[in-house]
Design a protein around this ligand. Structure first.
Ligand SMILES: [Zn+2]
Ligand SMILES: [Zn+2]
Length: 253
């Protein structure tokens, strides 16, 4: 598995791209910052997009990816996957002919550029040789994280979440090769983190105790750049080795 981190920032600033992780060039997890950092040619290779939740910093580039497919002249269909609430919000609020053309019916309903697919929580689907399962996370809006497995290797990507003990208990027996987890706020802002459905280092490491197998590698995403140095210190205090993603890295599993 080769995961290219297109963006892993919790805020949109120059050189800080929003959440987007590209697996083996064809499967995208979240689409916050795609078109500004992925070549036109590479965009044409995207086949599936798994969305964690409908917040704008995770879906913003869906319309622009679709627009670029039309411009390429080589019509193809991209599958968008998520749970029912997320798919409904994307359809109602983003692809509604008001904010942007509805690429789920362009150029026609059978051969549309985007196809919306509802998946059920904890029901594994097979895509391009991967087994992908959505698990409910704990955010201010309906939100899932994704367990991705292939050939005995597996990683989990949380999307946005606060403390989520129920989900971690379900994953406790999984031996994760990598965990990509959000930490948006420093420990000093724990109350705000809880209120806005995010994690601090301390909150996360409390949750991590629920795993029976410690993930081999832990990558931190969705850090707000203003708090990066504080979060770095918090992570040191907890004493675990983790890596804060900046965007641009390649994770090989
Ligand atoms: Zn969010
Ligand atoms: Zn977010």
């Amino acid at each position: 598995m080769k995961i290219k981190v297109l963006g892993a920032s919790g805020s949109d600033l120059p050189k800080h791209n929003l959440s987007s992780f590209l697996l083996d060039g064809t499967i995208l997890f979240d689409a916050g910052g795609v078109t500004s950092c992925l070549s036109f040619k590479a965009q044409q290779r995207i086949e599936h997009i798994f969305i964690t939740h409908a917040h704008l910093d995770h879906i913003r580039d869906i319309p622009f990816v679709a627009d670029n497919i039309i411009l390429s002249g080589k019509l193809k269909q991209i599958n968008i996957f998520s749970i029912r609430e997320v798919i409904e919000d994307i359809k109602s609020h983003l692809l509604n002919y008001k904010l942007w053309p509805d690429f789920t019916v362009i150029p026609n309903t059978q051969e549309s550029i985007l196809k919306l697919n509802i998946i059920e929580e904890e029901k594994t689907i097979a895509v391009n040789g991967y087994e992908i399962t959505a698990y409910r996370m704990n955010h201010t809006v309906p939100s899932v994280g994704y367990l991705v497995e292939a050939k005995g290797k597996r990683f989990f990507y949380t999307g946005d979440t606060s403390s989520a003990p129920d989900t971690w208990k379900k994953l406790a027996e999984k031996k994760l090769d990598a965990l990509i987890v959000e930490i948006s706020f420093p420990d000093s802002m724990k109350e705000i983190a809880l209120k806005t459905g995010h994690l601090t280092a301390q909150l996360f490491f409390e949750d991590l105790k629920l795993f029976n197998y410690f993930p081999k590698r832990i990558y931190i995403t969705h850090v707000k750049p203003f708090y990066k140095s504080q979060i770095k210190k918090d992570l040191k205090n907890v004493g675990q080795k983790v890596k804060i993603l900046n965007g641009g890295e390649v994770i090989r599993i």
